[in-house]
Design a protein around this ligand. Sequence first.
Ligand SMILES: Nc1nc2c(c(=O)[nH]1)N[C@H]1C(S)=C(S)[C@@H](COP(=O)(O)OP(=O)(O)OC[C@H]3O[C@@H](n4cnc5c(=O)[nH]c(N)nc54)[C@H](O)[C@@H]3O)O[C@H]1N2
Ligand SMILES: Nc1nc2c(c(=O)[nH]1)N[C@H]1C(S)=C(S)[C@@H](COP(=O)(O)OP(=O)(O)OC[C@H]3O[C@@H](n4cnc5c(=O)[nH]c(N)nc54)[C@H](O)[C@@H]3O)O[C@H]1N2
Ligand code: SF4
Ligand SMILES: [Mo]
Length: 679
Amino acid sequence: MIAIETIKTTCPRDCYDACGMIVNKRNGVIANVLGDPDHHITRGALCGKCAIAYNGAWRDPALRLSTPLRRVGVKGSGEFAPISWDDALSEIAVHLNQLLAQGQARSIIHTHYTGTVALLAGAFPSRFFNRIGATEVDPDTVCNKAGHAALELVFGNSLDGFDPRSASRSCALLIWGANPSHSAPHQDKFWLKEARAHGAKLIVVDPIGHDTALAADLHLKLRPGSDAALAFALLNVLDARGLVDHAFLAKHTVGWEEMMPAIRAMTPARGEELCGVPARLIEEAALLYGRGPSLLWLGQGAQRQPQGGNVFRAVSALVAFTGNLGKEGAGFCYMNGGTARGIDMAMVTEPSLARDGVGSFSHMDLAATLEDTERARAFINWNNNPAASSPEQGRLRRALQRDDLFHVAIDLFHTDTTRYADIVLPAASFLEFDDLVLPYFDLTLSAQVKAGEPPGEALSNQEIFRRLAAAMGFNEPALFETDAALIARLLATTPYRGSFADLAEAGTVALFPEPRIQFADLTFATPSGKIELASARAEAQGLPRMALPEADAPPAPGHLRILSPASLWLMNSSYGNDKVIRRRLGPPTVMLHPEDAAANGFAEGDQILLANETGQLSLTVALSDAAQPGVGIVHKGRWPGTSPDDVNVNALVSARKSDMAESTAVHGTEVRLLHPGRA
Ligand SMILES: Nc1nc2c(c(=O)[nH]1)N[C@H]1C(S)=C(S)[C@@H](COP(=O)(O)OP(=O)(O)OC[C@H]3O[C@@H](n4cnc5c(=O)[nH]c(N)nc54)[C@H](O)[C@@H]3O)O[C@H]1N2
Ligand SMILES: Nc1nc2c(c(=O)[nH]1)N[C@H]1C(S)=C(S)[C@@H](COP(=O)(O)OP(=O)(O)OC[C@H]3O[C@@H](n4cnc5c(=O)[nH]c(N)nc54)[C@H](O)[C@@H]3O)O[C@H]1N2
Ligand code: SF4
Ligand SMILES: [Mo]
């Protein structure tokens, strides 16, 4: 008799879709992991990358870490020997307790991010780091912090987005600096198509002609970093065509009058000069969006520019000038946080454990900090792979070679980062324990359900830090709270009235029967209680009082702006070790516009060397009209160790910060194009 069992669970990766999944088990063993045909987003198939990796590398016992390891070779050599959990945890505890006894808690640096964004596995370990008073590398600074900071200035909240279900009432969807065809494949395939079938026009603002942009009604293929100028040009048209909602401005905003001179000066013709977008398209886009109600999806690409904060302040002014808020079919979304669903992340992270506070610095300063023997004595990374994902790759890896930096890495796999660790701890994957997932696009709630046993002795992040807390001799109950107890407490704070077992059966539940109206009461957590288009708070932070109508200068001849957005086949650097994924990826390429390639003497398939003061990277040339002159595309996330010169695109990315919140300016990276033989 074959025993068949089916378990519903949820993909907890850093992805807009939060897919529902079906795990089929045969005789107690996972046979396959599929998309849930009944899930409202997924409707059957997982994305290509997860369909491969969750049935490949993530369940491959030969690739998964299954026991704690201690380094036996030189740092970076990748030579390790298995040790017991007791030995591993007591060695870590001895090191950390020594630093605490010396008053050096802040020199314990930890970094974490997107391995899983489920509530417990993504955040519970912060309790431990709060308790010891360690220094956290501010995770959002490598991804989206400039955008958060900008939206907080303008609206008082960056984590309250539209409810995607409201799109059925919208006349236009404006997608600004996101690529759903890669980063939200199911929203692309279903949500966008259905909104358009209901009559919404789709406008995409992106320097790349990606699949979502090509399918749009209008694609504004602007120069990278010229978004603020484009936003002002759109506002110019709205003003000239009488599409500004003056009643809304008067009642719910402050500072709009101060923007008017710059708006009146940014004619579509001037916009075309600065952004490279034909004036006619600027006119058409403004008319479509301005008619409303319209939704604005603020992706994460545009705010990863050197002036990304300014860009977000300028673009979000479109919402205010057209009164696209507080009503059906209108709004903007960067991402949806927990508050509207009753979840307070402090319940998971327990900041009150930090009796003497904690430290924090920008991810852009990671390499410089790890080089510093005073500021960094121990380094713990969990849920991330900085040797692949972080800027200043060469410098970072040299810092990781420091013999006097005690490094613990926690991962499912041996990565480019674990190579440098003193102790490697094996983590259980999301298929191997229960958790809660709070999707960040939809306003739903999902269960992550244990479907199988972890390989060997691997443990969930939560369990690792509970055991480490015990090894350190701590006794605060919050450090030992069980998963079941915390899940039950969290569930009780949401509008959902079932138990975890009920949720596990359902998979995903809607928490609001009707589409939630974003900012329904039109009150804002800003000092004035209104949308702040001009802001004294910004001035106090040393920022301009309001958004400026600026555009970055295009690169000099012989130089390229490199964009390194989400790859179709990778999730950040995850899956880069899956052999099927690697076949799909092919050799590492830079996508060039045919005009650029011809002007610089390159043809399809040629080898090319990209170089700047931070580093260099050799790649194969791929020609595509998706690029534009002056812009090269190198998707993020390949494993350096799988590339011929042992680096990926982050070898070229400097520690430059954007204008707000010390956040990444990765899409502002400029390089020279060189012929390898002649370099
Ligand atoms: N050039 C360039 N670089 C970028 C970006 C870019 O646009 N361009 N984007 C940036 C962005 S947006 C982000 S968010 C960062 C992301 O960077 P990271 O957060 O470092 O993401 P990954 O590289 O995928 O690393 C996640 C690691 O967690 C591991 N993991 C998975 N599940 C678990 C688990 O349950 N427990 C533990 N302990 N580990 C687990 C995975 O195996 C993987 O090694 O990268 C940034 N880097
Ligand atoms: N397949 C896949 N999906 C992913 C990820 C992945 O690595 N792979 N990563 C996940 C993570 S951590 C994140 S943060 C999200 C990110 O997903 P998105 O929000 O889609 O962000 P990105 O992929 O970084 O970039 C989106 C777009 O921004 C554009 N862009 C770059 N510079 C500019 C500019 O100056 N102006 C404008 N208007 N656009 C610009 C790029 O061309 C790109 O098409 O995706 C998540 N989903
Ligand atoms: S990464 Fe995104 S698209 Fe892929 S399975 Fe997970 S939630 Fe779905
Ligand atoms: Mo991200």
